[in-house]
Design a protein around this ligand. Structure first.
Ligand code: CMP
Length: 488
């Protein structure tokens, strides 16, 4: 939350009272001086002797001009107030400061020139301005910056690239803050440390300005990282849900969580989110980091920090596997076709199984590829798809404990379908050699497998016109036996 510094001007009624008092005093002083100007002039002439320079009349007129100038200034202020503060407000328009300033300057100059020509009719103002080259040069040099700011301010008002309330970042020094005022001289911004920065209009016109408009859906990026052991699908889900709930995160666009880099210490992510009120982005970024920390804690995810991990390889090749071997044995024993196997046989199979993890939508098996292994879904779900007239058609969805890929393994034919992970999915791959060992001791297994395969082939046959898919279970049984060199 940005706290505004208290404004030190008196309240409106006090201001009006002060203004009325000043006006009354100025008017009275002008009236009195005007009434006694003849006497003052005579007194001055008497005191100053003959042919003084400047003459008494000129001095009196200069004082008159000063007094009229003061009254004129107060009159212009009053006009400004009536016109902009009252008339514009009635129409619910907030006049920009620059316009008010221009109005004041023009009105005052006009009044001043009228008074001047009235009091000094002998002075030709036009000639004075046009003939005095030195005056022009001095004025030009003195007003160089001021005029530059003034015209840059006018072009800013005309362009309206930003407005009061927008967050802007200006120039090489990257001053960032909320725009509070655009005057004829400078842009006033309040930084997020509650400092006021004034940027001259002419500088702002030359510098690049990054604008985050108040009524625009502005986005921010927040970065974090995880250990390589933490799953991306889980991390993305956990963080997206945590960020979504945070205050000031727009509900209009869902936050995006994505991997930026596979870094030295871990996986680097970014969260892109959109804010309701961009001026509060510091607080919202902080809140999001806090939410991520808590969400990580609950989900068992870990932030990465500079580490060196030393892996000592004890086993080789296919035997190296993440996780607990007993969980894999438990999973395999729950698969229907492995029900007849003894605990020892399951353990042998579990030791030979290799675990693979797939991201949502990743392909596990591609139709037409050669294959010499089958898979059991350990965690997650997969979809079996065939291509029909170039369009993917789903044949089956397989859940934890289901198996696939057996057709190519048991017949030596190419894969009959595509299998895709539906969510983050872990599968256990069992190769030809391990299955042959199991078949040698359990010939019945071949039979139950051939039934399932025949059923699946029928399912495929109803989706495609391939003649290879219409073999019955006895045909499959004998081809498996032949392929594995088992007794017929
Ligand atoms: P395979 O041909 O090796 O590779 C694709 C796999 O998809 C296939 O083995 C089967 O395991 C599986 N599959 C094919 N058709 C079906 C079906 N109708 N129901 C379930 N799984 C199937």
């Amino acid at each position: 939350m940005i706290k505004r510094a208290p404004v030190s001007s008196p309240r409106l009624t006090n201001k009006i009272a002060l203004f009325l008092f000043a006006s009354a005093t100025a008017l009275l002083a002008t009236y009195v001086f005007w009434s006694f100007s003849g006497d003052v002039k005579a007194l001055l002439e008497h005191r100053m002797g003959a042919n003084p320079s400047p003459s008494a009349g000129t001095i009196v007129n200069i004082v008159k001009l000063l007094l009229v100038g003061i009254v004129g200034y107060l009159f212009v202020r009053a006009l400004n107030f009536i016109f902009f503060a009252l008339a514009f407000r009635l129409k619910r328009i907030d006049a920009p400061t620059l316009i008010r300033n221009i109005f004041t300057i023009v009105a005052f100059t006009v009044l001043f020139l009228i008074a001047f020509t009235f009091l000094f009719p002998e002075v030709n103002l036009g000639a004075l301005f046009t003939t005095s080259a030195i005056f022009g040069v001095i004025l030009g040099l003195a007003l160089q910056d001021t005029l530059g700011n003034f015209f840059a301010g006018i072009s800013l008002q005309a362009d309206r690239p930003f407005q009061v309330g927008d967050v802007i970042t200006v120039g090489a020094q990257r001053h960032t803050g909320v725009v509070e005022e655009i005057s004829w001289r400078a842009i006033k911004i309040r930084t997020f440390t509650n400092h006021v920065v004034l940027i001259a209009n002419s500088n702002a016109a030359r510098e690049p300005i990054e604008v985050c408009p108040r009524d625009n859906l502005n986005a921010r990026l927040v970065f974090f990282n995880t250990l390589y052991t933490d799953s991306p699908a889980k991390t993305i889900h956990v963080v997206r849900e945590a960020v979504r709930e945070a205050d000031n995160v727009s509900e209009r666009v869902a936050p995006i969580v994505r991997i930026r880099n596979l870094g030295d210490n871990g996986v680097d992510y970014e969260v892109k989110y959109w804010l309701d009120d961009y001026a509060k982005y510091n607080d919202t970024d902080a809140l999001i980091r806090q939410r991520i920390w808590y969400a990580f804690r609950r989900a068992g995810l870990n932030f990465a920090y500079p580490t060196r991990t030393l892996f000592v390889e004890r086993r080789r090749g296919a035997e190296v596997r993440d996780g607990d071997g007993s969980a894999i044995a438990e999973r395999l024993s729950a698969v229907d076709i492995f029900a007849p196997l003894s605990a020892d046989e399951i353990t042998v199979l579990a030791q030979a199984a290799v675990s693979h993890i797939f991201a949502p939508s990743e392909t596990v098996i591609r139709a037409g590829d050669p294959g010499s292994s089958m898979f059991v879904v350990h965690k997650g779900r997969v979809r079996v798809q065939v291509s029909e007239n170039g369009r993917a058609r789903t044949v089956a969805t397989l859940n934890e404990g289901d198996f696939f890929g057996e057709m190519a393994l048991f017949t030596g034919e190419p894969r009959t379908a595509n299998v895709l992970a539906l969510e983050e999915t872990e599968v256990l791959e069992i190769g030809h050699a391990a299955m042959k060992r199991v078949f040698d001791t359990n010939p019945d297994l071949v039979e139950s497998l051939s039934f399932i395969m025949a059923e699946r082939r029928q399912g495929l046959a109803s989706q495609t016109d391939s003649p290879a898919t219409t073999q019955d279970s006895s045909g499959i049984l004998s081809s498996i036996k032949r392929f594995f060199g088992l007794h017929q």
